[in-house]
Write a protein that binds this ligand. Structure first.
Ligand code: ASP
Length: 339
């Protein structure tokens, strides 16, 4: 607990690049009281993503459309080096993307280790809706996307290429914990090299009809071995939605989440009566009980229940999540953490 910084709360304007140090003084904001419709998502880049999702929800649209539209925002943001185009590449300099999506009927679709397609979340949705399968990987996923009309594109940007060449000088693989020094976006005034080397947008929405859906999309761990797949496209690990109970999603070192089937666990804990925050905390602490060394890594869970209550928990401080509903569209909340 002593390492936890109580990040002081504030809301931020849409589109503003910020760090977790950017919370103003005062009481930390919370997502108190469940409300419907509502959308929440991981990290500070969730604020802008939520606002795109909110346009769908506010118009009476379906949660599934909301999460897809929301997830496409960080996928397209060239300042974001952990999701979509401009994501940091693997150790061979290839940008490979993972994504999954799940609707209120328990339908799901995913792509993993997919190259050259800028919006993996939309390909994941096509897998769900237009194939008998759940998960397509690698060249097969790219081929499917092209058949479906998605353009084949170069996803490695000059900034990411530069960061990769910088990394090649030492070529050491060490996930950063995203704690306190997190500088998403490098952005104007930042340097690509000091941005975090992993993060994911995980998004959960409940629509006016009370139906839940979720989406999760990432470029995974920077400098990973070519072919590595994280938790984000693995249903039950990076994302799980049960329309009777709620949904959960994760960010952080995906191997730890897969080992513990994290998002499914969070939803099952909510089924047993835990609040979203308690369920996320128990899932984090189970990871730590099984592997005490995980305290040096970052894993965060975000959950929403059937009433629109939202909660989160992470191993380390520095995690944040964004919540958007009719009252306020741009709330950013410092995630509670074990350390
Ligand atoms: N969970 C992602 C992965 O392991 C990375 C992250 O969210 O930090 O691929």
């Amino acid at each position: 607990m002593d390492r936890r910084r109580f990040l002081q709360g504030a809301t931020i304007a849409s589109g503003v690049a910020l760090t977790v140090k950017g919370f103003a003084k005062g009481e930390p904001p919370t997502a108190s009281g469940g409300t419907v419709p509502r959308v929440c998502s991981t990290w500070d880049f969730g604020v802008a993503a939520n606002q795109a999702a909110w346009k769908v929800l506010a118009g009476g649209g379906r949660a599934l459309d909301a999460v897809e539209q929301g997830a496409r925002v960080p996928e397209a943001d060239l300042r974001n080096h952990s999701v979509g185009r401009a994501g940091y590449p693997d150790r061979d300099g290839k940008v490979t993307l993972d994504a999954s999506i799940m609707d209120e009927h328990g339908n799901c679709g995913a792509v993993a280790a997919m190259e050259h397609i800028a919006h993996p979340i939309s390909v994941a949705r096509r897998v769900m809706e237009r194939t008998p399968h759940v998960l397509l990987v690698g060249d097969g996923a790219t081929q499917f996307a092209i058949e479906q009309g998605f353009p084949r594109e170069e996803l490695l940007t000059p900034d990411s290429d530069k960061a990769w060449h910088e990394w090649l000088k030492t070529a050491r693989y060490k996930p950063s914990a995203n704690s306190e020094v997190r500088t998403y976006n490098a952005g104007p005034g930042g340097t690509p090299g000091d941005a975090s080397n992993h993060d994911t947008i995980g998004m959960l929405a409940i629509d006016a009809r009370g139906n839940l859906s979720g989406a999760c999309t990432t470029s995974g761990m920077a400098w990973k071995i070519h072919g590595r797949v994280g938790d984000s496209p693995i249903i039950g690990a990076g994302l799980y939605v049960d329309n009777e109970i709620g949904g959960a999603t994760s960010t952080g070192v995906g191997e730890e989440v897969i080992r513990n089937v994290g998002s499914f666990l969070v939803v099952e804990l909510m089924r047993q009566g835990r609040s979203p925050e308690d369920a996320c905390r128990e899932a984090v602490e189970r990871i730590l009980r099984r592997k005490p060394d995980a305290k040096d890594l970052q894993v965060g869970f975000l959950a929403m229940d059937k009433k629109g209550n939202v909660g989160a928990w992470a191993i380390q401080s520095g995690f944040s999540y964004a919540v958007c509903d009719a009252k306020k569209q741009d709330t950013l909340i410092p995630g509670k953490s074990t350390y």
